[in-house]
Design a protein around this ligand. Sequence first.
Ligand code: NAD
Ligand code: TYD
Length: 359
Amino acid sequence: MILVTGSAGFIGANFVLDWFASCSEAIVSLDALTYAGNRENLASVAGDSRHTFVQGDICDAPLVQALLEQHRPRAIVHFAAESHVDRSIHGPAEFLRTNVQGTFTLLESARAYHAKLSADERSAFRFLHVSTDEVYGSLGPDDAPFEETTPYAPNSPYSASKAASDHFVRAYFHTYGLPVITTNCSNNYGPYQFPEKLIPLMILNALSGKPLPVYGDGLNVRDWLYVGDHCAGIRAALEGGVPGETYNIGGLNEKKNIEIVREICALLDELKPSPDGPYERLITYVKDRPGHDRRYAINPAKIMRELGWKPRETFETGIRKTVQWYLDHTAWAENVTSGAYRNWIDTNYTERGTGSGER
Ligand code: NAD
Ligand code: TYD
């Protein structure tokens, strides 16, 4: 069996659901159920005997040690994190705690557990750390995409905390021989993404007739990957990745933010037209994010060449599926956009001039 942290969040939940769709190996899930974690994301495997869900904090060393001793996983797949750049600007301390202290706690527990395994189990064990391309910093318009050898240059409290965690993971391989693998992925989108991130926020705001708040000039570039393709890349790295190595995962889909927003508007015009006219009328330019990275782009050649991974979705197929998913899951969206969510929207957007939604 494997231990998965952060499995009630966006990518973790997709990973668990995809895993059970293609394999029968058991999973123990560890998730603190912060604002971003939602048991409902795992509802379809709630009664499945292969899945055990534990609500708990990755910073809780006795709990993590007990789970390892009790369930004896062959791998840890580590998603749990504070993941939103804007929140890291408003409150960086929680990012330091979960992303750095939490990863450190898992590494320490894994090191003690690994040392007690038999020789065969020891060599088969993997600690797979899920990280981000944001650790590499920001690219200029003509720079080559990030490679695994690109120097780290994190610019936000979020990316700084992820970079710190990546360094600890690396050190545990070099110093203690813990068989770690790190994946650095570009921006994901797809089902179950919490609607504080660009794509679900724009879909849900458009459907409620609220402004579509584009930061700055809207020309920042992200390299978008459908979440199912990210999960397939993680599985490939878990099964075939070389301990101590890092793998960049990306969709070869560089897009400016304004292009993404326009594409979402066009899809909604087709799938759920508004009586008030095209959704683009709601696009509103707002105050930029401080320290806003201009461009991210991933070169995924290593994972494609060495592990045979490649993305299955183009941006066009992936975004259509995603918009359709949000249209089909309005109850999910209503559940996650209650009290605490509305406070966040007020915090982030009032200062940008769009308040909590009304123009
Ligand atoms: P998310 O915010 O949707 O989910 C994070 C999950 O971690 C939630 O279920 C939350 O409850 C849980 N969690 C938070 N703090 C915890 C703690 N202290 N103990 C236990 N659980 C805790 O994030 P996501 O978008 O699914 O991202 C998952 C991972 O992938 C993160 O490590 C992130 O850095 C990385 N990543 C995300 C993207 C992206 O575009 N979303 C891209 C590349 C890498
Ligand atoms: P986000 O989804 O927060 O991911 P990240 O900052 O990790 O890349 O944002 C993606 C891009 O969209 C980023 O350049 C910021 C921008 N953005 C907006 O223009 N408006 C918004 O309301 C949000 C949430 C993001």
